[in-house]
Ligand binder design. Structure first.
Ligand code: SF4
Ligand code: SF4
Length: 256
């Protein structure tokens, strides 16, 4: 289950929970099932997940992608996506799980933070936002027997999902636009698209090297932010990706 997974299978397989409803859940090292959920996962990482792993591990996004993910092209859109690669062992554990828990806890992927909630978001091309929450109740998870009670909004806040959701919604908007496009992403666009969305440190250097921002009508403060603040580079990356895919972006104006 991931934030990017809005497939009918996901929507149909899990219990929908309204924003006013609450659920009981707590995960901590004393639960009998501790770490049981960190293996054999099909976890698609969003651009923001990759950025946070790059920050947390202190390695380049290229190395994050190479060492910990597999590239898959989305069946319906041809968009490049990266799946967290489980270890090639009988257990098929996540590469980041340790006896003491998640070794990238502060920068763990959004889907790991959200669990046991799934969040399906659809953002239309005008930015209209629709979100639904689902409870992913798995028999092996003893966290549901704990007494802490949460609404979806309280859980999202408690798990620090604000920045993840903000960035992931921009990604979802792009995915939605590409779903409505007449053709899948052509192979020739995959390299630049991958750099703009998943290789924030490399993209920042590319922007500077190619003087990319000089071709855009943009104030100096924004240019400096894009060149020096990777969160801003990633935001620019979403707009640049839109430009690559569709020839224009509501957030960017080319210099006349
Ligand atoms: S299975 Fe549930 S309670 Fe157990 S470690 Fe995973 S999230 Fe926590
Ligand atoms: S990133 Fe952390 S929380 Fe997510 S599956 Fe791996 S070890 Fe578990």
């Amino acid at each position: 289950m991931t934030i990017a997974d809005t497939s009918n299978a996901f929507l149909n397989d899990h219990t929908r929970i309204s924003s006013a409803e609450s659920f009981t859940f707590r995960c901590h090292p004393q639960v009998r099932c501790f770490n049981a959920c960190c293996s054999k996962l099909h976890l698609v990482l969003t651009p923001y997940d990759i950025y946070r792993l790059h920050v947390g591990l202190g390695i380049s996004t290229n190395d994050v992608l190479k060492e910990f993910t597999d590239l898959v092209l989305a069946d319906d859109t041809g968009m490049p996506c990266f799946r967290l690669r489980m270890l090639n062992t009988r257990e098929g554990s996540c590469p980041f799980v340790r006896e003491s828990g998640c070794s990238v806890y502060e920068n763990r992927p959004g889907a790991c933070r959200a669990y046991p909630l799934g969040r399906a978001a659809r953002i239309d091309t005008r930015g209209k936002h629709e979100e639904r929450f689902f409870l992913v109740e798995e028999a092996h998870c003893k966290g549901f027997a704990e007494l802490s009670s949460w609404t979806p909004a309280q859980w999202m806040l408690n798990q620090g999902l604000g920045l993840y959701n903000e960035s992931n919604d921009k990604y979802m908007r792009l995915m939605t636009m590409q779903q409505d496009a007449p053709e899948k992403v052509p192979a020739v666009k995959l390299g630049m698209l991958t750099m703009a969305l998943y290789n924030v440190d490399g993209f920042q250097k590319f922007i500077a090297r190619m003087s990319l921002l000089d071709r855009l009508d943009m104030d100096d403060d924004r240019k400096q932010a894009i060149l020096h603040d990777e969160e801003q580079t990633l935001l620019f990356g979403f707009a640049w990706a839109e430009m690559i895919l569709f020839g224009s972006s509501a957030d960017l104006t080319l210099r006349q």
